[in-house]
Design a protein around this ligand. Structure first.
Ligand code: NDP
Ligand code: EPU
Length: 302
């Protein structure tokens, strides 16, 4: 592929060819990507995205890889990882600008160190700020969107735009238009002054909400979205006997039925078969088709 060496020049750092995506996902599943790029700064992203668009090269944006099911056959295209986009600027005592690759957990550490409240509900949420904003990560009505002042992104037409909070529609696992495939580069977050003991108390409160989730094993968090506040996917899957179900080396956690664990050598096929089995059980017993929270990368999924 001729374009690979051209892209390497533009990316200004070595492209990693035939990169095993299982090393980049929390599920530890997935085949190889044609190449992965880890831009070191936002400035090199524009020419990369420009080249990719002009050459119609398939790509996807990789954050922490905590919400992805990557096909065993891999991804025929370029993976742009935000792993190295980690710049943090302190604007004032309560306002910070974080690049998209900053970990959700690192933001929590910073707020705690600075006596700032507003991010405690994000405790235990893996992945990056970019991923958290796209999926409006959070718990029971408290989400990443709550702290946003503005979000900067590179849109599909390659224009760089800043969206202020009121331009974004935050909903359960949704942030319109942040989830339209544009590249989130950074976000400005605002917190409120508090004291460390109150912040720690809040953190412990939200930690408790996650206590039924499996503590060990490779997973991607909740596999399915909740249909609404009364029809929790985990509850339905548990009610209809899915806990402990296995396909190859993938199994439904016995702690929480909305988690699929990779026992070590699970393939995407194992996980996919288990997903379809669970969906069919809930459809047959309850008349509802469960929507995926995890994103599928690669193909075919049949
Ligand atoms: N509550 C919990 O315990 C858990 C929550 N999660 C949720 O999943 C999120 C996943 O985050 P993360 O691991 O970083 O993401 P992932 O690497 O899993 O990426 C998921 C998708 O997010 C999009 N994305 C990621 N970064 C960006 C960006 N900078 N700009 C635009 N799109 C982006 C990509 O969409 P595209 O394919 O369109 O390129 C990608 O496919 C977590 O923050 C959380 O919201 C996950 C696991 C557990
Ligand atoms: C893990 C994720 O997010 C999690 C987040 O950590 C927690 C924090 O409380 O709330 C959501 O889980 P959840 O809806 O499954 O919350 P839980 O409180 O664990 O369960 C909801 C209800 O189902 C019941 N339940 C759950 C699992 C189970 O095996 N059996 C069962 O009966 C629980 O008793 C509870 O009454 C998020 N998941 C979704 C799909 O919205 C993720 O997004 O990856």
């Amino acid at each position: 592929m001729l374009w690979l060496s051209e892209l390497e020049d533009i990316a200004k750092n070595k492209l990693k060819l035939n990169e095993d995506l299982k090393n980049h996902t929390s599920w530890k599943i997935g085949g190889k990507a044609t190449a992965i790029i880890e831009p070191q700064c936002v400035e090199v992203l524009l020419p990369i995205l420009d080249f990719i668009a002009k050459n119609s090269i398939p790509y996807f944006i990789l954050g922490g890889g905590t919400n992805l099911l990557v096909h065993d056959s891999g991804f025929d295209g370029i993976v742009i990882s935000t792993k190295k986009l980690k710049k943090i600027d302190k604007i004032s005592d309560t306002i910070f600008v974080f690049e998209a690759g900053v970990l959700v957990a690192d933001i929590l550490k910073i707020t705690l160190c600075n006596g700032l409240s507003g991010w405690e509900h994000m405790v235990g949420i893996p992945g990056t700020l970019g991923g958290a904003l796209v999926g409006n990560a959070g718990v029971n009505g408290y989400s990443a969107g709550n702290s946003v002042v503005w979000v900067e992104r590179i849109e599909k037409n390659l224009s760089v735009k800043k969206l202020i909070d009121k331009d974004i529609k935050w909903a359960y696992r949704e942030s319109i238009p942040l989830n339209d495939g544009s590249f989130i580069t950074k976000a400005c977050l605002k917190f409120t002054k508090s004291n460390k003991s109150t912040i720690t108390e809040n953190i412990n409160f939200f930690k408790l909400k996650r206590s039924s989730q499996p503590k060990h094993g490779y997973s991607a968090g909740s596999v399915f979205k909740n249909a609404n506040n009364r029809e929790f996917a985990g509850f339905l899957l548990d009610k209809y006997g899915c806990k402990g179900l296995c396909c190859g080396n993938a199994r439904i956690s016995v702690d929480h039925a909305n988690f699929i664990l990779n026992d070590g050598n699970a393939s995407s096929r194992d996980v996919w078969n288990l997903i379809q089995q669970c969906r069919n059980i809930v459809l047959y017993r309850h008349g509802k088709w469960l929507d995926l929270e995890v994103k599928l990368i690669g193909e075919p999924w049949t």
